[in-house]
Design a protein around this ligand. Structure first.
Ligand code: CU
Length: 291
């Protein structure tokens, strides 16, 4: 299949988004951005909340320690304090500076572990759609096992082929299309070396390991239908590491059904799976656990 036919299919479904990018909001890195991207998943919403807890704590600690340092430099320098105290122990002070950090760490650890387990995986019965991302040097392959198991590759648009409105180093020739308001299980693996499927606005950063399948999940709120999210491979995987971006297009459930129909024809499998990862799956090894 040529790039042109892929673009043709993409354009037929996403013409408004492709041709009039001014109307399409996109979750992507912004120039001089220091905060987090808007949340496009329950996990990312919780990461925002966690960040809002951490930010005041770390800010206070930084200011407090800086203040102590400045005070010590001012008050106890050689000129102002020529005869230093010979004190070596203060039991109360030592207990306080041990117990207070422990309390702070516990306050951080509880929501941290809650978040870790929340982002880990969906209960098996709640999965409504499974999508598999396979990192390769240097592009991503995607499989939709619930929808006829069609598969396609997503390559970065080269600089010389960039169209107005496309993002350099971020747009791919074919986006990963995901429906909103759907519990989506995302499986990540790799065909050659370590890669990492990272989508900041969804709070996902999942290693793709050859011969293993990692699992995570997302659920895109309805208001993001029609919008595009961008991410990048986040595990150094070779010279093309910077050039295998991830482009997710969120669509309504109806648009997803329509896209699946077209994609099934466009991306129908013509050959048997041959990669080592797929062979391993066929042999029943390394399948995601379903306990
Ligand atoms: Cu990679």
């Amino acid at each position: 299949m040529t790039i042109m036919t892929r673009l043709g299919l993409g354009a037929s479904i996403f013409a408004p988004g492709l041709l009039a990018p001014a109307f399409a909001f996109a979750n992507e890195p912004q120039p001089w951005q220091i905060g987090l991207q808007p949340a496009v998943s329950p996990t990312m919403e919780k990461i925002h909340e966690f960040n809002n807890l951490l930010l005041p704590i770390i800010s206070f600690i930084v200011v407090f320690v800086l203040g102590l340092l400045l005070y010590v430099m001012w008050r106890f320098n050689e000129k102002r304090n020529p005869n230093p105290s010979k004190t070596t122990h203060n039991t109360l002070l030592e207990i306080v500076w041990t117990v207070v950090p422990v309390i702070i760490l516990v306050i951080i650890a509880i929501p941290s572990f809650q978040l870790l387990y929340f982002s880990d995986r969906l209960p098996e019965d709640d999965v409504e759609l499974t999508v598999k991302a396979i990192g390769r040097q240097w592009f991503w392959s995607y499989e939709y096992p619930d929808n006829g198991n069609f598969t396609f590759d997503a390559y970065m648009i080269a600089d010389e082929d960039i169209q107005p409105g496309q993002r350099r180093l971020l747009d791919t020739d074919y986006p990963v299309v995901l429906p909103v308001e759907t519990n989506i299980r995302i499986l990540v693996t790799a065909g050659d070396v370590l890669h990492n499927w990272a989508m900041p606005s969804m709070g996902i950063k999942m290693d793709g390991v050859p011969g293993r399948i990692n699992e995570t999940w997302t659920r895109i709120p309805a208001e993001f239908a029609g919008q595009t999210m961008y991410g990048q491979c986040s595990e150094l995987c070779g010279t093309g590491h910077s050039f295998m971006p991830i482009m997710v297009k969120a669509v309504s459930k109806e648009d997803f059904e329509a896209w699946v129909k077209q994609a099934q024809e466009e991306f129908a499998r013509v050959e048997e799976p041959t990669s080592s990862v797929e062979l391993a799956e066929t042999a029943g090894r390394n399948a995601p656990t379903t306990d």
